[in-house]
Design a binder for this molecule. Structure first.
Ligand SMILES: N[C@@H](CCC(=O)N[C@@H](CS)C(=O)NCC(=O)O)C(=O)O
Length: 292
């Protein structure tokens, strides 16, 4: 591997599988399935295939919020997709999401199964299906969807840009870290200015805009992403901090964060979720382990 300042791009890029970096083993320049693997299907109409990354958490948080509101039709099975092991390239997963990324959802409640991929599309689909967390009044709806799509366009600069070059790239490249740290801080300032005048992102009501933005930017200011809180001076965004804490305290958010989690404290991991009682079982496991 040469120093980035010495790299002279060749005339034609070619794929070096050993290019280093945290995700080098799963990154490929080609789409489609690498192997046959059916997806499991549980008993609920909604079948989620995911992992508790920020993009995955958005959907489990919304489902838990819908259930907390009494929408029993939002009961779901959440199956774990190990992206580090390449399960997103199994044929069953690719048929639900041709883009091979979690989260992906199947809805079997209607006459024909419906597949939904891209977390923003899933949030909008579920909010419309259950008539919750997305205002119907045109101006409020436009504001909510504007912030939802702001997240979809912005977070790749935070995750794929800043997070990748600050935490995962095999060499620290000042130019790349500088560029994406600047953009990430600009985005935090966008949110801080909005949250200075608005209780939630899109107004006075908690919505899918908050649910989309919180796992990324709330996680960042709470020091949960890339160990970058000090580097990015996250204390300089007090309104984002206030909002992040308020959402963090919601029981449905705490449950949603646990689903399909495979890292961190064991007590915070519910690898698969098939029933609301699974959370209680997890707590009992935790108590049993503690008393051993
Ligand atoms: N825009 C997509 C992004 C999804 C995404 O990037 N998922 C990552 C995990 S956070 C993934 O599945 N990566 C596996 C891969 O790239 O092979 C969404 O919001 O759903």
């Amino acid at each position: 591997m040469t120093n980035s300042s010495e790299y002279l791009p060749p005339k034609v890029w070619t794929w070096h599988t050993e290019n280093g970096g945290k995700f080098a083993n799963i990154n490929r320049p080609i789409a489609g399935a690498t192997h046959d693997q059916d997806l499991p299907v549980g008993r609920h109409p909604l079948q989620l295939y995911s992992l508790a990354t920020p993009n995955g958490q958005k959907v489990t948080i919304l489902l838990e919020e819908l259930l907390a509101l009494g929408h029993t039709g939002a009961e779901y099975d959440a199956w774990l997709i190990h992206i580090g092991e390449g399960q997103q390239f199994g044929s069953g997963f690719v048929s639900v999401n041709p883009n091979s990324k979690i989260p992906a959802l199947m809805d079997y409640s209607g006459a024909k199964p419906i597949r939904i991929f891209e977390s923003g599309a899933i949030l909008q689909y579920l909010a419309e299906k259950f008539g919750a967390f997305l205002p119907t009044e045109p101006a409020a709806r436009a504001e909510c969807l504007s912030w939802l799509f702001w997240q979809m366009g912005s977070a790749p600069y935070l995750g794929g840009g800043f997070g990748h070059f600050y935490a995962y790239a095999p060499t620290k490249i000042e130019y790349a870290i500088d560029r994406f740290a600047m953009e990430t801080k600009r985005q935090l300032d966008v949110l801080d200015k909005q949250l200075a005048v608005s209780e939630y992102i899109a107004g006075s009501e908690y919505s899918i805009a908050d649910i989309a933005i919180w796992p990324w930017y709330g996680g960042l200011v709470k020091g949960r992403l890339y160990e970058a809180a000090e580097f990015l001076s996250v204390q300089d965004y007090p309104h984002v901090q206030r909002w992040a804490d308020a959402i963090d305290a919601r029981p449905a958010v705490q449950r949603g964060r646990m689903v399909n989690r495979v890292s961190g404290e064991l007590s915070g991991q519910l690898r698969e979720r098939h029933d609301a009682s699974d959370f209680a079982t997890r707590t009992q496991d935790k108590l049993a382990v503690a008393s051993e």
